[in-house]
Design a protein around this ligand. Structure first.
Ligand code: HAM
Length: 417
């Protein structure tokens, strides 16, 4: 076994037992997202590198150290997508979706790639479900997006949730805040890490993302962005809060939460779960009213969020052990080679009638086949031997209950109704 090829560090196979849980999660996601009127968009796995550096920002951890990028044969720099907001915005602009309808509500599910240090809840290939709503600058749109996020997590059965809310204002107020933050940090400049010293000049807000313990201490007393909001920003933030109160969605305001991506304006939010360990953010998002314009489109306000699907599954496992179900209807037990042709025909008819059928193809003993039928989770075993072929019947055994009856082959579908 020493020379077998293994999966890459930080990537995981989703094996059949787990993929059932993924399917259940995806089906709840699709149901709730549909209830809110969002439609699916699927974009390519790789994009031009410039898409991410121009939107997520050169000084962010994601762009400066976590992207999987390479030079293609024609020297274009390409990148495996580390997030999906920028690709969705690119697609929105490219296909003029804003021209089709003044409000576009989109959602996505798919894999992302970030070269982070793997740990529980943090992978190098992971999956997000996310939504992006384009067109409305108004606070009711923020409330809708947050309410969708909250409804999804609660309907999945999660309870240990903490919704943190902030407003980082418009770019105008951020210029003033940037100066105030620099003034506050200047006396500590020599104590800051090399990365933070670089960020001090280029993008001081990013210092607030630091994971270095003594820097965390320093920024504890830094000025808060919420003290720099313009009148309009504050009014927008107040309205978002009152809509959330009206919807009975509990939240706490966290003026230190700026999020790790540069494109945000005004509302930002995260939902964490206390059932998780260090990587406790189930989802995060916010408004990005300038991004469509930055990427060359017509100015369009927008807001969205993305949730880590692995983290949702971890939280579900920690809180309520996930019951996965098997939806096979019938296991076809074949007692003899001579019954194969009839079995194949029957299985075919049953599948055409919408049933899910697993058929024995290993020619095992009856005992082994019955054991397999029970293990398969099927509702019925259909048993076919020479007698049944002669009489044109089949023995139908209800696997859970254990009782069985003999039914004419022509009456099976009627019987199963
Ligand atoms: P983000 O905060 O970078 O935001 O990621 C959103 C969520 O993805 C996180 O809360 C976490 O659950 C999950 N996640 C991130 N990195 C990893 C990882 N390495 N392993 C496992 N899960 C991870 C965004 O990506 C923005 N595009 C969200 C957004 C949408 N903002 C507006 N619209």
């Amino acid at each position: 076994m020493s020379n077998i090829i293994r999966s890459i560090k930080g990537t995981h196979d989703i094996l059949p037992e787990d993929s059932k849980k993924w399917q259940q999660l995806e089906s709840t996601i699709r149901k709730i997202t549909h209830q809110f009127g969002y439609e699916e968009i699927r974009t390519p796995i790789f994009e031009k590198t410039g898409l991410f550096s121009r939107s997520v920002g050169e000084d962010t951890d994601i762009v400066s150290k976590e992207m999987y990028s390479w030079e293609d044969r024609d020297n274009t720099s390409l990148t495996l997508r580390p997030e999906l907001t920028a690709p969705v915005v690119r697609s929105f602009i490219q296909h003029n979706l804003g021209g089709l309808s003044p409000l576009q509500r989109l959602f996505y599910i798919g894999p992302l790639f970030r070269r982070e240090r793997p740990q529980k809840g943090r992978q190098r290939q992971f999956h997000q479900y996310g939504i992006e709503a384009f067109g409305s600058p108004h606070p009711e749109q923020d409330a809708e997006v947050i309410s969708l996020a909250y409804s999804l997590l609660t309907q999945l059965g999660l309870t240990n949730l903490n919704l943190k809310l902030n407003s980082i204002g418009s770019p105008e107020c951020r210029a003033q805040y940037r100066n105030a933050l620099q003034d506050y940090l200047r006396p500590f400049l020599n104590e800051l890490s090399e990365t933070s010293q670089k960020r001090f000049e280029n993008n001081p807000l990013r210092i607030l993302d630091t994971k270095v313990p003594h820097e965390i201490d320093i920024i504890k007393n830094a000025p808060n962005i919420t003290d720099f909001l313009t009148h309009e920003d504050q009014a927008h933030f107040n309205s978002v809060q009152s809509f959330l109160n009206q919807l009975n969605i509990p939240f706490t305001c966290d003026p230190t939460m700026v999020r790790g991506l540069d494109y945000y304006t005004r509302t930002t939010f995260e939902i964490t779960s206390s059932a998780l360990g260090a990587q406790d953010a189930l989802l995060g998002g916010g408004r990005y009213d300038k991004l469509v314009e930055t990427l060359g489109g017509k100015a369009t306000p927008a807001i969205g969020f993305a949730a880590g699907m692995e983290r949702i599954l971890l939280a579900l496992e920690a809180e309520t052990p996930f019951e996965s179900y098997d939806s096979t209807d019938i296991y076809m037990v074949c007692l003899d080679e001579s019954v194969l042709s009839v079995s194949i025909d029957l299985a075919n008819q049953l599948r055409q009638a919408g049933k899910s059928v697993k058929m024995e193809t290993l020619r095992r003993s009856m005992k082994a086949q019955m054991r397999e039928a029970n293990r398969s989770g099927a509702t019925y075993a259909f048993i076919l031997g020479e007698n049944e072929i002669q009489n044109k019947t089949v023995v139908i055994k209800k696997l859970k209950e254990g009782n069985q009856e003999t039914v004419l082959q022509t009456e099976i579908l009627e019987k199963l109704k």
